[in-house]
Design a protein around this ligand. Sequence first.
Ligand code: NI
Ligand code: MN
Length: 226
Amino acid sequence: MKIIFYGQNSLAIEVSGKHIIVDPFISGNPLAKDKVDISALKADYILLTHAHQDHILDAEAIAKRTDATIVSNYEIAIHYQNKGFKAHPMNHGGNWKFDFGNVKYVNAVHTSSFPDGSYGGQPGGFVIEGEHKNIYIAGDTALIMDMKLIPMSTKLDLAILPIGDNFTMGIDDAILASDFVECDKVLGVHYDTFGYIEIDHEEAKKKFYDAGKDLMLLEIGASIEL
Ligand code: NI
Ligand code: MN
């Protein structure tokens, strides 16, 4: 499984020959827009954690070009289906076996309105059980006790957690989240994009290191292989 970071919560995942884009927010991200060519991104699926602009901005453009299936909560999936896109609706606690692996839509505590203020369902995260590796994409969320449910059914190889604070968990809560999901290998996301969520990278990494954990902060466009 290969995971590429495109800034904010935007990721590309390659697993079992399939291409998955998560929360594409690139053309509106000053840190990413000159580094990532969205017209070159491959996508069989687009996973959206919630309806906020900094998670869905480029979903339509990518779906239109690639004919990718948009996977999200019921309200977001139906929103795109009504616009003519392929969509797969899920809701909290539900699993579906896709051709790249099992996906479970799990709880997050956050909000989920579309940019025009219309209802975007309840926000969530994704647990993806791939061919050989399992990952948790928390999406935008506070630290929640429900994270403790995840390791009861899935042994994670990587937790992708927001660390920017203000709108989501910050560093200290992300360390606790890593305990809750029983995964010491963390990819930090949702930081530096706006003034509210700028972080000190070295301090963040040191805090994780001191807790016996590994925090990875990737350059935009960089990838990790699991
Ligand atoms: Ni959000
Ligand atoms: Mn966000």
